[in-house]
Design a protein around this ligand. Structure first.
Ligand code: NDP
Length: 311
């Protein structure tokens, strides 16, 4: 017989663990599938200085370990596996994990997060956390008075470049086309910022440095007769070429937007399937912060609790 639970939480970032804390304190004995990156994106960052309650800052992995312990303290059961498929066609919902184990859930909270896109260069892995980042808000502070580069030409890239320009000495914005895709107002702000240098028609082909990033190798007009290769000196390399929500297994089961983000009925965390809720970055293309994800995790648990009371 498949195990039946009241609340099943899929994903273990700030949203999932917070949902676990609230649901377990409400005596709902939640089960959390923590997936293949327990703790989520924050385990990829170094120091977190903008999460309230840590005035001296805290390391990302350490903070997520504390979230996890807090969820376990009140009885959340954490399973170190990923979910392979879900069937939301009737209640209890059917969830099958990577081993083929089936679990039945009266409610499901999806908090599978999102992943930043990377260029796919081997050097990005080599220097991850050593100068390579996909979050200026998280890591920008460490580049005060230094030189950094942001890759991308959309609103995120412009926003990250503008943010970094208030800290760093100089910001290169590396754009693969000869124009920015960002909104007019963001483009103007970037152009009017003196310490931002836009490198149009440029692609990054490598990073270099002893242990930490010291520079990037850039190709301009790649594949044309005007092609030229040059180096820029930088201490930080920020990717801002978009995120993709981790929602592939929910396709066809719940409503997703064109980019794959789960559509919720704001201000609640309800999805179009009654009894299924979504929290954190998998349903949030806009804010993508640990604190806002934790906030929606709390709301999802309260929404699930209310749903269970009503049904
Ligand atoms: P976008 O998809 O809008 O932009 C991605 C950028 O990255 C594009 O310039 C794209 O280039 C570039 N890019 C993609 N892949 C590569 C690659 N392999 N190498 C080099 N460059 C690459 O993503 P954003 O995250 O910027 O924005 C997502 C959505 O969120 C948008 O709708 C945006 O408007 C919105 N947003 C709004 C904000 C605001 O209003 N304040 C702030 C942030 C985001 P190319 O143009 O050549 O395809």
């Amino acid at each position: 017989m498949a195990e039946q639970v009241k609340v099943l939480i899929i994903g273990s970032g700030p949203a999932g663990y917070t949902a676990g804390i609230y649901a377990s304190r409400a005596n709902l004995a939640p089960v959390i599938y923590e997936g293949n990156q327990p703790g989520g994106q924050l385990t990829q960052t170094t120091e977190i200085e903008n999460f309230p309650g840590y005035p001296e800052g805290i390391q990302g992995p350490e903070m997520m370990e504390e979230f996890r312990r807090q969820a376990e303290r009140f009885g959340a059961k954490i399973i170190s596996k990923t979910v392979a498929s879900v069937d939301f066609s009737s209640r209890p919902f059917k969830v099958v994990d990577e081993d083929g184990t089936e679990i039945l859930a009266e409610t499901v909270i999806i908090s599978t997060g999102a992943s930043a896109k990377y260029l796919g260069l081997p050097d990005e892995d080599k220097y991850r956390g050593m100068g390579v980042s996909a979050c200026a808000t998280c890591d920008g502070f460490f580049y005060r008075k230094k030189q950094v580069a942001v890759v991308g030409g959309g609103d995120t890239a412009c926003e990250e470049a503008l943010y970094l320009s208030t800290l760093a000495k100089k910001v290169y914005l590396i754009v693969r086309k000869d124009y920015l895709r960002a909104s007019e107002v963001m483009q103007r702000r970037v152009r009017e910022t003196e310490n931002i240098v836009i490198l149009f028609n440029c692609n990054t082909v490598g990073l270099f440095g002893d242990e930490v990033v010291e520079g990037a190798k850039i190709v301009e007009y790649k594949g044309t007769d005007r092609e030229q290769i040059f180096d820029i000196d930088i201490d930080g390399f920020f990717l801002a070429i978009g995120h993709h929500p981790n929602t592939d297994i929910f396709k066809g089961q719940i409503d997703l937007d064109a980019e794959g983000y789960i559509i919720t009925k704001a201000p609640s965390t309800r999805t179009n399937v009654e009894g299924v809720f979504a929290a954190g970055d998998c349903a949030d293309p806009t804010y993508r912060q640990a604190i806002s994800a934790a906030g929606t995790g709390c709301r999802a648990a309260l929404d699930a609790e209310r749903f269970l009371m009503e049904h």
